[in-house]
Design a protein around this ligand. Sequence first.
Ligand code: GDP
Ligand code: FE
Ligand code: FE
Ligand code: FE
Length: 197
Amino acid sequence: VFDKEAGLGISRDDLLTKLAETLSPKRFAHVQQVADAAKQLAVHWGYAAVEKAELAGLLHDYAKEASDDVFISLIHKYKLDPDLLDWHNNVWHGVVGIYKIQEDFGITDPELLRAIEIHTVGSSQMGLLDKILYVADYIEAGRRFEGVEAARALAYEDLDAAVAYETVHTVSFLAHQQVRIYPQTILTYNAYVDKLR
Ligand code: GDP
Ligand code: FE
Ligand code: FE
Ligand code: FE
């Protein structure tokens, strides 16, 4: 059914095998837990293509363990914004990672690719699948951090508020780490922060 909903040319079993080969055990467990959370949020929020949500969860961190050279090559190959060269894996694995996912799986579904593209940084205008994946990544069953219970509760009460909550915490975390914040993350913050009120 994956292939019907998202143009994926392989079965679910073959996809899981490929992910298990590509990802560390810890990250393989994470993507399966994100897929479960995304499935549950899809049902709860009436997103009809539940299996696409699940697939988004399974694939979202596919590129996370690729080397920097892989991302730099993809930025050149697809003539992406050269400013991306100033960033790093945390930003690349989604924004650039979708090109590796297209190459390795032949996925073409724009909604699926978009959700994976922005799963780390969000966007000022997020569709339902975008929000589901963004939030599922944050609240999956294996996540342990201060505030995760509040994030989980919000995810089922008010999805926009859950996007806002996560973004506020991410921006705050990054500022405390004294690291650069990707401009699109700030745009997400500005677009969603009022949803908490
Ligand atoms: P993960 O891939 O499941 O670990 O989760 P994410 O893809 O959501 O985030 C990966 C990492 O990127 C996390 O450590 C975030 O704190 C970090 N991150 C998120 N947004 C930004 C940003 O705008 N700038 C930077 N430098 N890091 C970010
Ligand atoms: Fe990620
Ligand atoms: Fe995230
Ligand atoms: Fe993730």
